[in-house]
Design a binder for this molecule. Structure first.
Ligand code: C5P
Length: 233
């Protein structure tokens, strides 16, 4: 399979804003996308989103929304007023919730792509069963991916090991966004099922999400360049 155009997203998972902004200053012009998750969003909120956007980065807001459809739609409308390009919701919130999120984005900010999260990679068959889900995780991932796509999401967040399976069942235009990426030779931290940037790009990932290997690097800009080089390799 020929490689798709695969982009790098930095997961900005840090406890304090200043060191995060300092790292981003050094990445201007080298990196396009930044993922802001709950840790930073709950502390620094919309102001951080505006600040990172004003630095020239595109923003993926990883809030993994899950609530009744009306509440999720209202939350999407709040986010749509911010310079955010991608936002996550839980596909397990059901068809009505997914459609409400997608419609709210279309209505308020058509440039905002809603992405579906299927089964968190922290789940295994036993922990899924404890929540009443008897399907094997990979079948539940497939089921939720199909549901999310039919509900109108523009992308799915998945493990790199699920790319092959999902590429076979979702349309080409649906973006696959994959964390669990480690550059060749880097520490895996606690990530278990990992791929290198090159392997993920080869498998059909559209966006790879990398946090600690860049944030903890002595030279984050050099780490970004190494990863971009690996994607193109
Ligand atoms: O530091 P690291 O590269 O492991 O960061 C990966 C990012 O992707 C984190 O923000 C983490 O929450 C997120 N993520 C993940 N695995 C998933 C879903 C999201 O690592 N299954």
């Amino acid at each position: 399979m020929s490689k798709r155009d695969c982009k790098l997203i930095l997961a900005l998972d840090l406890p304090e804003k200043e060191p995060a902004v300092e790292i981003l200053r050094g990445l201007r012009g080298k990196l396009e996308w930044v993922k802001i998750g709950l840790q930073m969003y709950l502390k620094y909120g919309a102001e951080l989103v505006r600040e990172v956007s004003a630095m020239g980065f595109k923003i993926f807001l990883d809030l993994k929304l899950f609530d009744i459809p009306n509440t999720v739609a209202s939350a999407v409308e709040s986010v749509a007023a911010l310079p955010v390009s991608m936002l996550t919701i839980h596909a397990s919130g059901g068809r009505e919730m997914i459609e409400a999120a997608v419609k709210a984005a279309e209505r308020t900010n058509p440039d905002l792509a809603i992405l579906g999260v299927t089964v968190l990679t922290s789940f295994d068959a036993d922990s899924l069963a404890e929540t009443g889900v008897e399907l094997e995780p990979e079948w539940q991932v497939e089921l939720l991916a199909k549901l999310a796509v039919s509900g109108g999401v523009r992308g799915l967040v998945c493990s790199p090991l699920e790319i092959g399976r999902l590429r076979g069942i979702v349309p080409e235009g649906v973006a696959l966004v994959t964390p669990g990426i480690r550059p060749a030779g880097a520490s895996s931290d606690e990530q278990k099922r990992i791929m290198t940037p090159s392997e993920a790009a080869e498998a059909g990932s559209d966006f790879i999400v990398v946090g600690r290997p860049i944030l903890k690097a002595e030279d984050p800009a050099a780490a970004v360049e190494k990863i971009l080089g690996e994607i193109d390799a």
